[in-house]
Design a binder for this molecule. Structure first.
Ligand code: TRP
Length: 333
């Protein structure tokens, strides 16, 4: 723990466009959590290169994600906000943790199997080692809690296993992190196939709304959203996945309870309803996009945030790494 607050760690990869699902599932929560916890937020560019990246895009997406964090309200005074590759301790601890991780465990990871199938021409060691680097991220900061969605649950479990294993061989070194599982709106569905998670890798891009989409694009996508033939705006994910997904989006983007949302649309048609959801999303994103653009034009400021973040992160991470090196018998000067 840092002061009286628990340490919370999270990271997002600077790959491509984030969807409104990423916003709801991650970035929006980052802001909500920063008062209650001592937060450490990273831009995980070292994880990003486990699938081939275009260098110029990776650089651009890094600043764009940083600007987005800031535009959404992540406060670099309250949090430690940094770029993963600026803190060499991540790679260093990952190497040590590799010797506490079994090949079989990594081969069995769901995400590794999925990504191997998808990138069959580039099943590199980094892809397999991805969870160990993630464990290094988390354990370096003596993290108490990690907010996790379903897709990261297995990664947190392996992090805990590795931490316990190391602690048992030597003596307590790492805090064993707990997951906090976010409730409402944790999963936004595709607008055209609402029972599938909204994902940038989706084939039909009309079902995916990006944080960078302009108002016209957003409205067009929501107008085309799949509903059903009942003509009743009611939350029932089992039988009405399309309408329920739209209701969830409306609820999180306007901060209205599901009950009030349903009341609001009582007796109104789907056309009307879809327009209202699109508008709520566009209205909410407009100021964020404007602020992100303003920040991206101020590179000196963005660099200063990264510089400060790297210094603070390095200080925290260095303490843990030095403990680890001592315990495993690395001769230190
Ligand atoms: N793998 C995470 C993702 O793709 C990103 C990430 C990297 C992360 N390191 C982390 C998340 C540590 C939580 C904690 O979403």
């Amino acid at each position: 723990m840092q002061g009286d607050k628990k340490i919370l760690y999270s990271a997002v990869q600077p790959t491509n466009n984030l969807t409104i699902g990423n916003y709801i599932g991650a970035v929006k929560n980052f802001v909500a959590l920063q008062d209650e916890y001592s937060c450490v937020y990273a831009i995980a560019n070292m994880h990003a290169i486990t699938v081939r990246q275009t260098p110029a895009d990776l650089r651009k997406n890094t600043l764009s994600l940083l600007a987005l964090y800031l535009a959404c309200g992540v406060d670099p005074q309250k949090c430690v906000l940094y770029l993963q590759s600026h803190v060499p301790a991540h790679a260093e601890l990952a190497w040590v943790l590799n010797t506490f991780t079994y090949v079989g465990e990594m081969e069995r990871m769901t995400q590794f199997k999925d990504k191997s199938a998808k990138h069959a021409d580039n099943i590199n060691m980094g892809l397999m080692d991805y969870p160990v680097l993630m464990a290094a991220d988390i354990l370096l900061y003596q993290t108490d809690v990690v907010p996790v969605g379903v897709d990261q649950r297995q990664h947190l479990e392996i992090t805990r296993d590795i931490a316990v294993r190391f602690n048992n061989v030597y003596s307590p070194t790492f805090t064993v992190p707990e997951g906090i599982y976010m409730k409402v709106g944790a999963k936004i569905g595709d607008l055209l196939e609402p029972s599938k998670k909204m994902s940038k890798s989706s084939e039909n891009q009309n079902g995916v709304v990006y944080l960078s989409d302009d108002r016209d694009t957003i409205m067009r996508k929501f107008k085309r959203a799949v509903t059903d033939s009942e003509a009743c705006v009611r939350y029932d994910p089992e039988n009405k996945p399309g309408v329920s997904n739209l209701l969830s989006i409306y609820s999180v983007f306007t901060g209205t309870s599901m009950e009030d949302c349903q009341k609001q649309f009582e007796g109104r048609g789907y056309g009307d309803f879809k327009l209202a959801v699109g508008e709520a999303v566009a209205d909410r994103l407009a100021p964020i996009q404007a602020e992100q653009a303003r920040l991206l034009a101020d590179k000196a400021y963005l660099d200063s945030v990264l510089k400060d973040g790297a210094a603070r992160a390095s200080a925290m991470a260095g303490r843990t790494l030095s403990k680890v090196y001592k315990k495993i018998g690395f001769y230190q000067l």
